[in-house]
Every structure is written in C-alpha cells, then in structure tokens.
Ligand binder design. Sequence first.
Ligand SMILES: [Zn+2]
Length: 212
Amino acid sequence: MLQYQVILTTAFMQNSRLIWDDVSRCAVICDPGAAVPAFAALLKEKGLTLKSILLTHGHLDHVGGAAALADEFQVPVIGPGIEDAPLLAALDQQAAAFGLPRCPSFAPQYVSDGDMLELLPGVKFKALATPGHTPGGRCYLQEESKIVVVGDTLFAGSVGRTDFPGGSFEALERSISTKLYPLPDDTVVLCGHGPDTSIGEEKRYNPYVQAD
Ligand SMILES: [Zn+2]
C-alpha cells in the first residue's frame, strides 16, 4: 500500500511529497521545492530507499531542490513535459526574480501523455498531460491506490494561476475537465499547495471548473 507525507520546503508553502510503498520500502519525492535536510531525515527514519524525483511542472517552488537531491541520492529526475523546458532552463532567472539563492539547471527525463512510469517496484504511475498552469504540466495517476498528484493544476475549491508566462485558463479548464474529472470520485487529489481533496468533491463544489 502506498503512503504519503507532505514536507513544506519553501516560503511558498509548496507541498513536497514523499510517496512510498510499505512493502518494497522504496520512495519517490514529488516536487521538491528545496533540498532541505528533512528529506534525508525522513527517508532514514522510515528506512526507505529513494528511487526517483518526480516533477509536475517547471516552476521554481516545485523544482528548486531537484538537482541537489538527484545528485545527493543518485536518482533520476522524471517529468514534467518537454514544453516546460524553457522554464527549467531559466531557473536561475526565476530564483533571481524572487531574491532566492542560485538554482542550477538540470535535464530531467521528460514525459508524454499516457506514459506509464514504474516509479516504485511494481507500482506504475500514469502521466497525464495537463497544460494550463504551465505548458508542460503533468499530473500523475496511481490507479490502484486511487491517488493523483496534480501540482498546481487543481486545488481544493480552486485552480492554478494562469497569469504566468505560458499559462492559459482555457487549456487548464480543458485539462481538468478531460483528464481529472473523468477519474473515479474517490480518487484522492494531492495538491501542490493547501489541503488535499478528492475528484468527487471538486466536481461538485469547485467554482472555477464545473463538471459537465
Ligand atoms: Zn506553479
């Protein structure tokens, strides 16, 4: 069974996730905003082996720790979509704009819509292309555990901003309606900021994107 825990890494209160399998004791870190020591401490405390770093999109508050953690644990960085390559190439400028320390660039394994990613032994995550918040945004569905990692695409009672470069509300709405809302109602939505929610809850109550 999969377990998950939030680690808040930056001043943006972004939800980094440690997701792990009880049986294999293998783990994946999703959207490390910074390479804080809490990751290593938690892995050690729980006796977990880190397998990869998973990214939903190319914004600094979600990827700022990816290069350092990949280096520290010698694991690959997987995602987002190649359309976010320009954002990742400009991480240093993103950091400077927020007055944050330098952020090294890195080359992840970009993923396409429908890719089945075996991030943990025997546990596959399906990549869903969900542009809108950024052009290369990806969500990751783990069907058996009924969880979907959505980054900043969908929030509890809200949706991601679309006023950054490359953002599009039209695209975001289409991504949510065609990729997320068709999932089973009891799918738990792991959001990039704020509390988690479920597909059923957002279909009923989200004021920004209504279910058909
Ligand atoms: Zn973002």
